[in-house]
Design a protein around this ligand. Structure first.
Ligand code: T3D
Length: 264
């Protein structure tokens, strides 16, 4: 995939999608949303990719929908078509991120707003630069919420806090996002790029099939009872137990050596 709006790179097992419209703080226009979806499909299908990173160019992570394009749509001859983007782009992107068989890191380098914040919430790990902030932003323009924020945010912070953040749209500092459980870690700005690279490289060198099974089990358990969740865990144990990585890691343990995972 090549796109000037969302760049895709694959380096040493780490597939990175970089929102690259810095003049609009990486707002998502139609081209960017199409590129994001295409990029996620490509990374999902590439077995050499064992960790996916989302990040932004310039001073923002992503500020959600491009509101200039949105207004052009609303003032066109068929304003109702504007909302098709939720079904055509935002929902498939959310599902693609949620169902990836590899760990997902949001490297929140700067402000994440609206659907940009929702995208970060869909990641497994949120590494947040100290100067970055989150804002739900939807209420500020009189909209509901999308890209899964109603599903992810209450799971991260609880229903009461999720609604408070949605109602107020207030700016949430990196430190407060850490205290609330949104950020996995806050990283000094000067160290951010290197820290993300090292973190993603460690994940990419890990037991990819086990990570995929963990994502699936935890995602399933969020909406199911214990008995059903135990069955999904059991299936995951059988699947990962049959992997080359499991066998080699057990052998390495018994030989008092460090395991080397290949993702198979
Ligand atoms: O179509 C649909 O289906 C709707 C789907 C909606 C999903 C959503 O994501 S809704 C939420 C959309 N996002 C927002 O409402 C956020 C709007 N932006 C802001 O509130 C502020 O920009 C920030 C708090 C994020 C950052 O503030 P600040 O002061 O650091 O920067 P700024 O000066 O406001 O913005 C800098 C530039 O980026 C500016 O352009 P200019 O004047 O320099 O040419 C600004 O217009 C542009 N920009 C920021 N956000 C957007 C944007 N351009 C287009 N769309 C944006 N969302």
């Amino acid at each position: 995939m090549t796109s000037p709006d969302v760049r895709l790179t694959v380096i040493d097992g780490v597939g990175t999608l970089t929102f690259d419209r810095p003049d609009s703080l990486n707002a998502l226009n139609a081209a960017a949303k199409t590129a994001l979806l295409g990029g996620l499909d490509e990374l999902a299908a590439n077995p050499a990719v064992r960790c996916v990173v989302l990040t932004g160019a310039g001073r923002a992570f992503c500020v959600g929908q491009d509101l200039r394009e949105h207004v052009r749509g609303l003032t066109s001859s068929s304003p109702e078509d504007v909302w098709r983007t939720v079904q055509e782009h935002y929902n498939p992107v959310a599902l693609a991120l949620h169902t990836l068989d590899k760990p997902v890191v949001a490297a929140v380098n700067g402000v994440a707003a609206g659907a940009g914040a929702s995208l970060a919430f869909l990641a497994d790990i949120r590494l947040v630069a100290a100067s970055a902030r989150f804002t739900l932003a939807f209420a500020g323009i009189g909209l509901c919420c999308d890209t899964g924020a109603s599903w992810t945010l209450p799971r991260l912070v609880g229903t009461t806090r999720a609604l408070e953040l949605m109602f107020t749209g207030r700016s949430l500092s990196a430190e407060e996002s850490l205290a609330l459980g949104i950020a996995t870690e806050v990283v000094p700005d000067a160290d951010f790029v290197g820290y993300v690279q090292d973190y993603a490289a460690r994940l990419a060198a890990g037991p990819t099939l086990a990570f995929a099974a963990m994502r699936r089990a935890v995602g399933y358990a969020a909406g199911h009872e214990l008995a059903a969740s135990l069955e999904v865990e059991a299936a995951g144990m059988r699947r990962t137990g049959a992997s080359a990585d499991h066998r080699a890691a057990v052998d390495a343990f018994l030989a008092k050596q460090s395991p080397r995972f290949t993702g198979s």
